[in-house]
Design a protein around this ligand. Structure first.
Ligand code: UGA
Length: 438
């Protein structure tokens, strides 16, 4: 089976390499010439654990290649996956310009039956529009089918999520197209991955509802954490005990500075916008968004309350990415928090294992300096703020950190450490929802 994958971001590159690993012949297309040249030299444009080796293995076995030539790729493929960016347009709506561009180029390039599989997260109704739009602009009297196949991979564990998905969702009106795509994923039957076959709109909605629900869990536990601080309770124990109820489950109940990344913030906004447009307000998700925004603001207040007015103060920051094991800083809580600290006059000494280059592209301020490890970032700082739970932050030499800091103050905004372990060494310690109100 020959497949074209349009878009070489997280979803496109991981899925392209994954499908090649399933035994398909995959051509990845991107109009970004630099990116394709880099990929042809074996350079992965972002950090994702294991991806470089995964891509290299599939290039070497001859099943994965990269090109900017969409027409050539499409001519050689029965199935065309679309995995282009669908960012927020800044007004809470989804910017579909990349999808529209692909639709136009596909209409030009297609001259026989093709199955188009949408992996990008797109608003409900987009796939039906895509089919009509391509169909109307084809040069010949042929049919195309569209399948909605939302992706559920997480950055940082994207390969595992692609190769061992919790479920595969396929939406289409065409039994033929569904059969073709099921055949592509047939190796997943061996590991008994559940398949959900449904219509286009349902598949689109499954993606938004899933992300909105996960975001709801996070905002919920963050509100619980805030109450914990007021009453002297420990959110860690509350979440653990809640999670032991199988109906609730333990995942996505970690309180912190609020969710970030390229998905939850934009997908919750799009879901709320959909509800509003349809006259069925998504009130829970609207509250989830407000709580998340407020949570970031609370973290800034927490830091101020801990060390006093920030003007002229040096603050050490550990972790800049929106989560560990990625170089991605899109909508990272660290962006809002660090920029607020800078505005309030603080000097920032920052360290992140993979995200410093990306962070610098967005935050260009002479009051922020970047260091090559946690101890250097801590040097001379009045407080050390943990913003991402990278594994290498879990077992730092706390005595060495104390010596480096000007004042032994730790704001553990990801609840990485057990409070007693840190306070026993003479630190002032503040987590999120761990009994101490600051
Ligand atoms: C998320 C979903 O988990 C994927 O299933 C989905 O495919 C993807 O979005 C997408 O739509 O493409 P991702 O954004 O990579 O994946 O990251 P998550 O692991 O879900 O984390 C999102 C944010 O929530 C991070 O900022 C993380 O720190 C935060 N989070 C997560 C919490 O604050 N608490 C938690 O308990 C869990």
């Amino acid at each position: 089976m020959h497949i074209t994958m349009i878009g070489t971001g997280y979803v496109g590159l991981v899925s392209g390499a994954g499908l090649a690993d399933f035994g398909m012949q995959v051509i990845c297309v991107d109009k970004n010439v630099d990116r394709i040249q880099g990929l042809n030299r074996g350079e992965i444009p972002f950090y994702e654990p294991g991806l470089e080796e995964f891509v290299e293995r599939n290039v070497k076995n001859g099943r994965l290649s990269f090109t900017t030539d969409l027409k050539m790729a499409v001519e050689n493929s029965l199935v065309i996956f679309v995995a282009v960016g669908t960012p927020d347009d800044g007004q809470g709506k989804t910017d579909l310009s990349q999808v529209e561009d692909v639709a136009k180029r596909l209409a030009q390039a297609i001259d026989e039956y093709k199955v188009i599989v949408m992996k990008s997260t797109v608003p409900v109704g987009t796939n039906r529009w895509l089919k009509e739009m391509i169909q109307a602009n084809l040069k010949k009297d042929i049919t195309v089918d569209v399948v909605s196949n939302p992706e559920f991979l997480r950055e940082g564990s994207a390969i595992e999520d692609f190769m061992r998905p919790n479920r595969v969702v396929l939406g289409s009106d065409s039994a033929q197209a569904l059969a073709v795509v099921k055949d592509i994923y047939r190796v997943l039957y061996l590991i008994e991955a559940p398949f959900v076959s449904t219509n286009l709109e349902t598949a689109e909605l499954i993606k938004y509802a899933s992300n909105a629900f996960l975001a709801t869990k996070i905002s919920f536990i963050n509100e619980v954490a805030n109450i914990c601080e007021k009453v002297g309770a420990d959110v860690h124990d509350v979440a653990r005990a809640m999670g032991l109820d199988k109906r609730i489950g333990p995942k996505f109940l970690h309180s912190g500075p609020g969710y970030g990344g390229s998905c939850f913030p934009k997908d919750t906004l799009a879901f709320a916008d959909l509800g509003k447009t349809l006259g069925s307000p998504a009130r829970i998700v609207e509250a989830v968004i407000a709580v998340n925004r407020n949570q970031r603001a609370r973290m800034i207040t927490k830091i101020e309350n801990a060390i006093g007015p920030l003007d002229g103060k040096v603050v050490g920051v550990l972790g800049l990415t929106f989560k560990p094991n990625t170089s991605d800083v899109r909508e990272s809580p660290a962006l809002d928090i660090v920029q607020a600290l800078l505005r309030k006059g603080a000097q920032i000494r920052a360290y992140d294992p993979a995200g410093m280059d990306e962070f610098q592209k967005v935050v260009n301020d002479e009051k922020i300096s970047y260091w090559k490890n946690a101890y250097e970032a801590a040097r001379g700082a009045e407080a050390l703020v943990f913003l991402t739970e990278w594994n290498e932050f879990r077992n730092l030499d706390l005595k060495k950190l104390k010596e480096a800091l000007a004042k032994p103050v730790v704001l553990d905004l990801r609840n990485i450490y057990e409070p007693e372990r840190v306070t026993d060494l003479g630190f002032r310690y503040m987590g999120v929802g761990r009994g101490t109100a600051v």
